[in-house]
Write a protein that binds this ligand. Structure first.
Ligand code: ARG
Length: 634
């Protein structure tokens, strides 16, 4: 089937071969722009989706015309001639409300969705919802970024979920995306870890579960440090760790080999957990991979631009202030506060950002060791050299808002060519991510807990349970969906409480509910076969039989999916898509009793089955965009 044809002029930014709704908006704009005496594209921009059963609404005041909006609206409504796209228009004060012609809508939308949902080698799930908004753009997205030998906390989980979503959206909009994990794999604590491994390490445990074992070793050796500090005498462990890290920074082969093994094994373990989450990375970058050459160059550039100022301990209010933008970074575990006098005698180097209310962040410590801040500055430059990206997005929690604002500002003061291409996508905190056994420390624990909660639920219905082919995998998938959906249920900046009970319920807008609705849509076709089998040419189906308001509402929502994807690209909000999924699920679930397929006259059954088939395709696309794996059975 060829894309819908139209005699209408083409308006920039519209693409009826991907979004049929554009066609209806053009149909409105063509007449309305004439009545109002404005340009076609200005008029087009002013057409919004309507509320409460209204298909499209135009708020006349937005065009800022000389005459009274009420009068203009009344005149435009009177002049408008209904056609095959728009069946009626009504002036309501300063607004114009348009209704779309149901038969044209259903015919064009359903055939487009059906057509674009067919799998192809390049697009195994079809292309409906895709657009070219970011086509030709290279976008680096940095997300997840856990710290080796430390817990994978809720902030890392959120970054992983949101970052994967963004990567999917950018790809859907035509961008070339590089998914980057910036591991916290450098800093003084790696010296400590090496010392700890010598004392408490076990090769066997390391190969069994690197993440857990390194964490254990780290905790134990930290206890040693604390005990020594408390005794008030010497701190040999601490001293030794510093020496080891210094040796690492100087390139000592033995320690580096050990460190590399820790890193490699940790990545292997992370990859497993990420796979379970349907997440992957193109690059495992890390703080360790920002080269000392690049760091030195960045410092030089800062100095050349006259941006470096001294910062003494006396002026840094507290050590906390000195380090305040580094909540869960890899720094300074060994000596939470530097020895008295260290900052006092030898100054640190900082950049004065007080003019922008961003404080005076330190970029180089008095002892010359590198820190988080300068690694981010040099790291961005290094990445630009490597990727020449059009955009680089950092998905980092709002606890580091200040840190990110600081290094973005510093880069812009350095006048790097890509300063305006950096974007911080932030998010709020999660409280209380713990299980019955206490605080959750690793990604797998979170996923296991969700899965167990699902298995508990499923076990309540033994009959159903016995029909499920692979209960373990199904429970895992639903559990993961629940964790992700909970995270995307509100705007990302909003903090939330991790709530196992509510999250894993089948009631309310949860992941389990969403999977259930998808499964239900999959089962319609199974349930009505063999008496109804969908014709594979939708043009042979009489969609004009879909006359019910519920059908109109559902088709209209399906038609809006490409718009919703574009909105999500603009606002970087997973919630935009998650809300859409729930809206769609709610309409579908209220449609079952009205748009019955079973035992209907064959033409009507075909039309309704086509509608539900399209709804299933769109719901599954939207779920995939959220990185979920839609289930067919459960
Ligand atoms: N590893 C850091 C942490 O856990 C997050 C890294 C964020 N990315 C960055 N470029 N600073 O706090």
């Amino acid at each position: 089937m060829s894309p819908p044809q139209s005699d209408y002029p083409v308006i920039a930014g519209t693409d009826i071969s991907r979004c049929v709704l554009d066609q209806f908006r053009v149909a409105i704009a063509v007449q309305l722009s004439h009545s109002l005496g404005i340009s076609l594209s200005a008029c087009y921009e002013g057409i919004d989706v309507g509320k409460k059963g209204v298909d499209f609404t135009v708020a006349v005041p937005r065009f800022r015309l000389k005459s009274k909006p009420q009068e203009l609206a009344a005149r435009a409504a009177k002049e408008f001639i209904p056609n095959e796209y728009i069946s009626s228009v009504e002036a309501a004060g300063i607004f114009l409300h348009f209704q779309v012609k149901t038969s044209t809508l259903s015919r064009l939308v359903l055939s487009q969705i059906y057509e674009l949902s067919q799998p192809s080698p390049n697009a195994p799930h079809g292309t409906y919802g895709q657009n070219l908004e970011a086509s030709g753009k290279k976008v680096v997205i940095e997300f997840s970024s856990p710290n080796i030998a430390k817990p994978f906390h809720a902030g890392h989980l959120r970054s992983t979920i949101i970052g994967t979503f963004l990567a999917n959206v950018y790809e859907t909009c035509g961008a070339h995306v590089i998914r980057m994990n910036y591991l916290g794999d450098w800093g003084k604590q790696f010296g400590l870890l090496a010392v700890g491994f010598e004392r408490y390490g076990s090769e066997e445990k390391l190969s069994e579960n690197a993440i857990m074992h390194l964490f254990d070793v780290y905790v134990r050796v930290n206890q040693d440090v604390k005990a020594e500090a408390a005794s008030g005498e010497q701190a040999p462990t601490d001293e030794k760790a510093k020496d080891v890290f210094r040796a690492m920074e100087d390139g000592d082969a033995n320690t580096l080999a050990l460190w590399k093994r820790f890193r490699d094994l940790s990545i292997k373990a992370y990859e497993q957990a990420y796979r379970r989450l349907n997440v992957h990375f193109d690059v495992y970058a890390g703080e360790s991979l920002v080269t000392s050459e690049n760091i030195q160059d960045a410092i030089k550039a800062l100095r050349a631009k006259d941006l470096l100022v001294e910062k003494r301990k006396s002026e840094s209010v507290t050590h906390k202030d000195y380090n305040r933008a580094e909540p869960e970074t890899t720094e300074d575990d060994i000596d939470a506060s530097p020895p008295e006098g260290e900052l006092g005698e030898k100054p640190a180097w900082a950049v004065d950002l007080n003019a922008w209310k961003l404080g005076k962040p330190v970029v180089q410590k008095p002892d010359g060791t590198t820190i988080y801040m300068v690694r981010d500055i040099a790291g961005a430059i290094q990445r630009y050299e490597e990727y020449k990206f059009d955009k680089m997005i950092y998905v980092i929690g709002d606890q580091q808002d200040l840190h990110v604002a600081q290094f973005f500002k510093i880069l812009s003061l350095m006048e790097v060519p890509f300063a305006s291409q950096l974007e911080h996508v932030n998010f709020g905190r999660v409280n209380g991510m713990s299980t019955r056994n206490g605080e959750v420390k690793f990604l797998d624990q979170i996923l296991d807990t969700a899965k167990e909660a699902m298995l508990d639920q499923m076990n309540k219905n033994q009959e159903k349970m016995s029909q499920i082919e692979d209960p373990d995998r199904t429970a895992d998938e639903i559990g993961i969906t629940c964790v992700k959906i909970q995270d995307m249920s509100a705007k990302r900046i909003i903090s939330y409480d991790f709530d196992w009970q509510r999250m894993t319920s089948f009631e309310g807008d949860t992941g389990a509910y969403l999977q259930y609705q998808h499964v239900r849509l999959c089962s319609v076709a199974r349930k009505v076969a063999p008496s109804v089998i969908l014709r594979n040419d939708p043009t042979l189906i009489d969609t004009s039989l879909l006359t019910e308001p519920k059908a109109h509402e559902l088709v209209m929502l399906l038609a809006r999916y490409p718009d919703v994807v574009r909105t999500a690209l603009k606002n970087s909000e997973p919630n935009t898509i998650a809300s859409y999924c729930f809206k769609l699920s709610h309409i579908v679930s209220s449609a079952w009793e009205i748009l019955i397929v079973k035992d209907q006259e064959i033409e009507l059954a075909q039309a309704r089955l086509l509608l539900f088939t399209c709804a299933k395709s769109v719901l599954s696309s939207a779920m995939r965009l959220l990185s979920l794996s839609p289930l067919e059975h459960m």
